[in-house]
Design a protein around this ligand. Structure first.
Ligand code: NAD
Length: 278
């Protein structure tokens, strides 16, 4: 389904992004695996290669100035073209709104909104020029699209996540704008919004002891155990399917909307939530 196509996916060292990278490769794509965490990015790329697929790991911080241009150029140099950009990288840094610092607000908006915008801008020359040349030549259209990752926290708001909700709703507006601006070139832009996916962002903080280092600050990841216990207790009331998604199920939503089967779908918000929020 993605033969001869190049996919760039950010935050693909673990979790949903790593699973999506593997699934794209299984469907024939050349995959550019980005992550902040060098060893994890390399692990995903090696897993793809060991299954006979094509992948390259490009470690780096999506919020770093100039990095998006470098990432896109390396993708094109390595595989000759760019077809799909998936803006997936991110983390949460929660606090109640009245206690949220400027640093927390800015860091979370940087990774979930500003970085995806810069990635899209950096992808523009590669995606748009190829699409325009194809239209000019009368050749059949090639699959070209952007998938931005959002959350039910963005669509509905969520206690303790004003920064994350703002970023994840902002990306919906960005997506719909790109869909309108680039649609005439046949380039699609969609959102996949997740609800509750079993990754280190949702596991009990005290059990997993996972953190991410952002500009010298160590940020604990996951949900406090007492909040997680409360969420698990009424899970059937909140989620019709009654359980969190696996990372593979979440990633399949990304692959689905990026695929040529979705060739007439653009500007859409695909909720991969087990029915949460309907
Ligand atoms: N897990 C959920 O329930 C859930 C729900 C809604 C949305 N999401 C979104 O899905 C996406 C993937 O999350 P996940 O649950 O797989 O988390 P995860 O922590 O398992 O994976 C996220 C990856 O992004 C990388 N990353 C973080 N900041 C980065 C940066 N600045 N530059 C490059 N890489 C960076 C991390 O190193 C990590 O490998 C995120 O955008 C997240 O907000 C997750």
């Amino acid at each position: 389904m993605f033969n001869d196509q190049t996919i760039v996916i950010t935050g693909a060292g673990r979790g949903i992004g790593a699973s999506a990278a593997l699934q794209f490769a299984e469907h024939g794509a050349n995959v550019v695996v980005n992550d902040l965490d060098t060893s994890m990015a390399e692990e995903t790329a090696q897993a793809i290669q060991s299954q006979g697929g094509q992948a390259v790991a490009i470690a780096g911080d999506v919020t770093a100035a100039g990095f998006p241009e470098q990432l896109m150029q390396t993708a094109v140099d390595r595989f000759g073209r760019l077809n799909v950009l998936v803006n997936n990288a991110g983390y949460t840094w929660d606090a109640m709104s009245h206690k949220l610092t400027d640093e927390q607000w800015q860091a979370v908006l940087d990774v979930h909104l500003t970085a995806p915008f810069r990635m899209i801008r950096a992808a523009a020359p590669h995606l748009r020029a190829a699409a325009a040349a194809e239209i000019e030549s009368g050749a059949p259209p090639t699959n070209r699209c952007i998938v931005n990752v959002s959350s039910t926290s963005g669509l509905h708001g969520n206690i303790g996540q004003a920064n994350y909700a703002a970023g994840k709703m902002g990306i919906v507006g960005l997506t719909k704008t790109i869909a309108k601006e680039w649609g005439r070139l046949g380039i699609r832009c969609n959102v996949v919004a997740f609800g509750f996916v079993d990754t280190r962002l949702t596991r009990p903080q005290e059990v997993q002891e996972e953190s991410i280092e952002i500009e010298g600050s160590e940020i604990m990841l996951g949900i406090p155990q007492k909040v997680r216990t409360m969420l698990d207790k009424d899970i059937h009331l909140r989620i019709p399917l009654g359980r969190p998604a696996t990372d593979d199920e979440a990633a399949s939503g990304i692959v689905l909307i990026a695929s040529p089967l979705a060739s007439y779908i653009t500007g859409h918000v695909l909720e991969v939530t087990g029915g949460m929020g309907i």
